[in-house]
Design a protein around this ligand. Structure first.
Ligand code: ZN
Length: 501
């Protein structure tokens, strides 16, 4: 189809994509800041869910308990601050998802999606020097949502079929990752038209800068993180225009914005320089090693750690050792991985949060090396937070203690029913115990958590079939009746979804 025949829906997709896409300079069709009409929150949430469902299926999506917990810690502080300042209204708070999805992609990108979902690429985490810098970017994106920029941009498009808008956003997201990936969905002239139209207005960017800065400082982050991050991105963009900085192409750092940012920062009293943040440095090392690097890059991380003197600055040292340990494991050298992890434990001893990350890494490496009993012991030494639970459950299943894993995970999913990974590991625990019906139900719940109701219904039906074949008077009655109830609930949700399309 030619883009001439579909100007409206093309524009719709373009507008919502907001921060995610390369944009040049078309402003004329965008509503101005004075336009107060907005897409209603329910419709925006539905659209966001359709996009999130596809992103969960993307092979680059990652559910990494360690990085998720770290990013969530920053994100939660920003949300609290936005509530305190009145930027996040009770309605939006309640209606939107407010979830950050991590992508393995090495490009430097962060983007707000409709309905309170955020995308964050590991490439962006990799280039931050402090958690304040990461907070600056997340605060900016958060503010695009709380200020209803996305909703306002979509106002003119809300008569479009949501699935069509969702498809276009996904195509455009794919395009922002690699120059060729999106071509199947958005061809030739359409892609160009999209790039030309996709942007927040300059006023919206300035508002997100201002509100985002207020939110990040209210949350207790160092305001210097804001200027440092944007200076860093600006410098990087001068050196590198190869497409690995999609964030910058959608957020051009003009002199005016930089001047605003510097002026704002000067109004905040300067505290003493904070102590070195070893945990952040470790998370940078993790993001680098997990962001789909090739073998040469992994070897580079090992060489880098070897070339460092023990007298190097602690953040530099722990970042390099962490990356080298994970890289060695990926290069199938478990002995080297254990050596780097051991050195890391030495450097982080005495810093409790950093020491915890060292232990978690050692447990993960032991699990990867097949030393499941060591992994189980290590993963249990700290408090029962999510990373510990996920690791110790996998280690227990692998070492013949699936019953213990299932018990701990059942308690967890009762409190966190949206935790897809917990459901998935629980399914493995049940399988290891020969409890097929429960395993299939857990798989179904994992699909519900990933918003894929059709896939969930498939699994629920399979569970019903299994229970039916067990015959009356046999099998697990309680589980069978839970399966029946959940099947009906998911069927009814699917009918509602079909009506909204
Ligand atoms: Zn922006």
């Amino acid at each position: 189809m030619s883009h001439m025949s579909h100007p409206r829906w093309l524009r719709a997709a373009v507008l919502v994509l907001a921060c995610a896409l390369p944009a040049l300079q078309v402003r004329a069709q965008l509503p101005t800041l004075g336009d107060t009409s907005e897409m209603n929150t329910g419709a925006e949430r539905t659209l966001g869910e359709q996009i999130a469902r596809e992103l969960y299926r993307d092979p680059d999506y990652m559910d990494d308990p360690v990085l998720d917990e770290y990013v969530l810690g920053i994100w939660t502080r920003l949300l609290d601050a936005a509530r305190t300042r009145g930027e996040l209204t009770a309605e939006l708070d309640d209606r939107f998802a407010w979830r950050v999805m991590l992508g393995k992609d090495r490009t430097i990108n962060a983007f707000a999606l409709p309905g309170g979902w955020m995308g964050l690429h590991l490439g962006l985490i990799s280039v931050t020097a402090t958690r304040d810098e990461l907070a600056a970017v997340l605060g900016h994106e958060l503010s695009h949502v709380t200020q209803r920029h996305i909703s306002r941009l979509m106002t003119q498009q809300n008569r479009q079929a949501p699935w069509l808008v969702a498809a276009m956003i996904l195509g455009a997201l794919a395009m922002s990752k690699s120059p060729d990936a999106g071509n199947a969905m958005v061809a030739g002239g359409q892609a160009l038209a999209m790039q030309n139209q996709l942007n927040f207005s300059r006023e919206m960017e300035r508002e997100a800068d201002r509100v985002g800065f207020g939110v990040m400082t209210q949350a207790g982050f160092d305001p210097r993180g804001s200027v440092n991050m944007f200076e860093k991105l600006q410098q990087a963009s001068r050196l590198n225009d190869s497409g690995s900085f999609p964030y910058l192409r959608t957020h051009p750092m003009n002199t005016e914005r930089m001047a605003d940012m510097q002026a704002r920062q000067q109004l905040v009293p300067r505290g003493a320089a904070p102590p070195p943040d070893l945990v952040h440095a470790m998370m940078v090392g993790r993001a680098r090693a997990l962001s789909n690097p090739g073998v040469d890059v992994l070897r580079g991380y090992v060489t880098d750690a070897d070339s460092l003197q023990p007298s190097a600055a602690p953040p530099r040292l722990v970042s390099a050792l962490y990356a080298a340990a994970l890289a060695s494991s990926k290069l199938r050298d478990p002995a080297a991985a254990a050596r780097y992890a051991q050195r890391l434990a030495g450097v982080t001893a005495g810093d409790a949060p950093a020491a915890r990350q060292s232990v978690l890494l050692a447990a993960e490496l032991a699990l990867q090396a097949g030393d499941t009993s060591k992994a189980a012991v290590l993963a249990q030494t700290s408090a029962s937070a999510r990373p510990e639970l996920m690791l110790s459950s996998q280690a227990r299943i692998a070492s013949g203690r699936a019953g213990e894993a299932a018990q701990a995970l059942q308690t967890w999913v009762a409190l966190h029913p949206q935790d897809a990974q917990a459901w998935q590991i629980l399914a493995s625990a049940y399988t290891a115990q020969g409890q097929a019906l429960r395993a299939i139900r857990a798989e179904a719940e994992a699909q519900v958590a990933r918003l894929d109701l059709s896939a969930a219904l498939d699994r629920f039906k399979a569970a019903q079939e299994l229970a039916r074949r067990a015959g009356p008077g046999r099998g697990d009655h309680i589980e069978a009746s839970i399966v029946d109830t959940r099947t009906r609930q998911v069927e009814s949700l699917l009918r509602e979804q079909a009506l909204k399309r």
